[in-house]
Design a protein around this ligand. Sequence first.
Ligand code: GLN
Length: 578
Amino acid sequence: MKSRRRAQEAGSMLLKYIQPSSVSRNNKNWFHSAVNTEPKVELHTGAAVVDNLRNSDGKGIAETVFNLYKNQETHMMNMSEIFTVIEKSGIRRSDPRLATFLSKLSILHEHLGEKNTTLSNLHVDETTFCQLTEDNLVLLNQIVRNDIIIPDWKSFTNQITEMFNRCKDNQEGEVASYIPQLSRYNPDLWGMSICTIDGQRFSLGDVNEKFTLQSCVKPFTYAICLSELGNEGVHKYIGQEPSGRNFNDLSLDTSNKPHNPMLNAGAMMSCALILKKIFPCLGLAEKYDFLLNYLKRIAGGEFIGFNNSVFLSERENAYRNFAMAYYMQENKCFPEGTDIHDCLDLYFQSCSLEVTSESLSVLGATLANGGICPITGENVLNASSVRDTLSLMYSCGMYNYSGQFAFKVGLPAKSGVSGCVLLVIPNLMAVALWSPPIDSIGNSERALQFCEELVEVYSFHRFENLNNLVSQKMDPRRQTHELKTLNTLTLLFSAVAGDVSSLHRHYLQGVDMTICDYDGRTALHLAAAEGRMHAVKFLLETCRVPPSPQDRWGHTPQEEAFRFGHDEVGRFFDNYLI
Ligand code: GLN
């Protein structure tokens, strides 16, 4: 009751703030009331986590970030500082996990009526900054600390760009022609999108062109069945073995089940299970909505459409799929009461769902992330269903090339005749590739080349030896243990160089700022001896390191400053040594 009343009050406050004249900017809570009209959905970014976001000095993370990036003279912060860090990390401004922050910022921008400045160029004080960021602190904290799965996003994306450009020149393959709607695609189209498990995004080429999922939908209909019905409920009807046959072959396994869910017969069975076993009371239209909405949640709300002419054409030209369905019916494969025409319709509809490489990459990233959509934090599919899906993508996802693909690339993937390939690197990222020309087996030529080049450069093959003394391949992933040792070293170097922004980064990453080398020399000793006033100030004021540690010769940082002729720095220590 109380919270509803609060929300209503806040709602009327919002109206008030549409007319800026009625608002006092000095009221600390004006902002809060203006934007706080809806209950907040904190998903994996729970409030308890936010409460823990405090540094050792007890300061909240928002205050700390503000103090690091504020202008030391005006004590205001220009929002461009934060946007630069966000962009560098690979996280997009449009990421749903930053939505509240962005919408608060645009209300503030409107409210201040700052004509000469853009939204990302606003100057804000500490209180405003804390209010702006309070709902999105978990992600912002992660970004500012660069605590993200691929920390050096720029180098990684530069490599990817080179691979993408090399594949562009590949002129092999023919555009699928079994239905006219597919045959009309320009063979030069080529798009690639990456989404990591932390929601870092990178896209190149024709990434906003729509194409139908075709067989790429199969892992998802299967994963939905597993999530809803459990392993046994599904595998009573579908096998788990590669068939060694064409994707539309008229055959069943020795127990009269479709060989696996990545082939047409198995995918038809997933559709039958969706119709007959999951909420059987729902009508056909509602079942289509159920599937579509499920996929939209897996795609974090990004584009999923429907191509009706592809659907009609698929249905019109589906003699073999009809034959397969009748064959399965004859062998009593389907759950009791299945109408095979309804089942085929849902199968054709699922193949005719449209995506872009952008949205396909998020669909895949949810699989890479154990069923949690990286950009919304929603746990859409359960983790064991995702694991099972990836296993079968690995052994059966690339048609009759699956064995060779598993051998060469060593990763789960699924392709579709529209020219798409979804490659999943578990616990890291998904790559959506799309180019219409396919080889005689049905896999996109450019996409195949890209996958092979990717594992040539990076140690992503499942069975790659990760010992970097043996492997010549790169690994862009954050390496916690090594990083810690490296951090100590770079912290001391940053102090010598007086590189305050690097010191900021170390501090935010939770590096112990009092750490010393073999001779007992701390960052403070080194900064003082080199006369780095800003670094000394930062270490004493913000990090609150002890002001007079002794090195192995008994020297304190203040003595070091005087010893090397940096009197001003030496005197600055007096403020801390009472
Ligand atoms: N709609 C196509 C079919 O059922 C999908 C096949 C595919 O992408 N391989 O034949």
